[in-house]
Design a protein around this ligand. Structure first.
Ligand SMILES: [Cu+2]
Length: 264
């Protein structure tokens, strides 16, 4: 029975290694970007839980395969004992996958509800208009009568993939504030994607898709269109710039002042 004991300890070691990497550092993300929002963190944890479950199932399956290969090699031409229609095994085959799927479903539904949650009064509302082949960011505010108006607008143009930061349109948002993004398109389907948010959403003509998030880390993050939308799709780049709430207020005030100056 030395083989069985060796298999057991190998499995335990594998699980331990997985658990250790899941708790700390870059390796635990398996190449995923560092999450910058509360919602993105939740998404990453959902993935990590799924990976652990998948590796655990994998370890059991690999163990069974190796065990069968080592201990059930063909030794003679006699047919080995057959175990078809063994009720306990049949029930196990059915019940275990059902439990696995039920657990994955529960956590996925729970986290999807959290990530897709929108609030009544987000701190910032931005209309994102995707077009062939760039982005427009319209910052919305309500005046005293409750009427919505654009207080700042950024319109981009297609840029070369290796262009410096300058020509890319920048979507500026405050950290630690809820940001509502409303996605619009007047031509074809695009997709709003910021890898650091671990989230993307299609931009549909004739339908407004919305989502909300709260960024927790200041910095500049790359964004792009993730739906093949025409010849210059790959040049449809932008940046998400997360600044402090004070810097954001200044950005909006500057835009308002510029608009007022331009109107004179
Ligand atoms: Cu596009």
């Amino acid at each position: 029975m030395r083989g069985r004991r060796a298999l057991k300890s190998a499995g335990a070691l594998g699980l331990l290694a997985m658990g250790a990497t899941a708790c700390s550092g870059e390796a635990s993300r398996l190449g995923m970007p560092e999450p910058i929002s509360a919602q993105a963190e939740r998404m990453l944890h959902l993935w990590q839980g799924s990976w652990i479950a998948a590796f655990a199932v994998g370890a059991v399956v690999w163990g069974l395969i190796i065990w069968a290969v080592l201990f059930h090699r063909k030794r003679s031409d006699d047919l080995p004992p057959q175990v078809r229609y063994n009720m306990p095994i049949e029930i196990l085959y059915t019940a275990v996958p059902f439990v696995i799927i039920a657990v994955l479903f529960y956590f996925t539904a729970r986290d999807e509800n959290y990530v897709e949650r929108t609030s009544k009064n987000p701190a910032v509302t931005i209309d994102v208009i995707a077009f062939q082949w760039s982005w427009q960011f319209d910052y919305k505010e309500r005046d005293s009568t409750g009427q919505e108006k654009t207080v700042a607008s950024v319109v981009g143009q297609p840029v070369a993939p290796n262009a410096p930061a300058g020509p890319k349109p920048v979507m500026t948002i405050p950290s630690d504030r809820s940001v509502r993004v409303r996605l619009h398109s007047n031509d074809v389907i695009h997709s709003f994607w910021v890898p650091a948010l671990l989230y993307k959403k299609d931009v549909m003509p004739g339908y407004t898709n919305e989502f909300e998030f709260t960024a927790k880390k200041t910095g500049t993050y790359e964004g792009r269109c993730a739906e093949l939308c025409g010849v210059d799709h790959s040049r449809m780049l932008f940046q998400l710039k997360v600044v402090t709430p004070d810097e954001y207020a200044k950005f909006i005030a500057d835009s308002k002042a510029k608009a007022a100056g331009g109107a004179q």
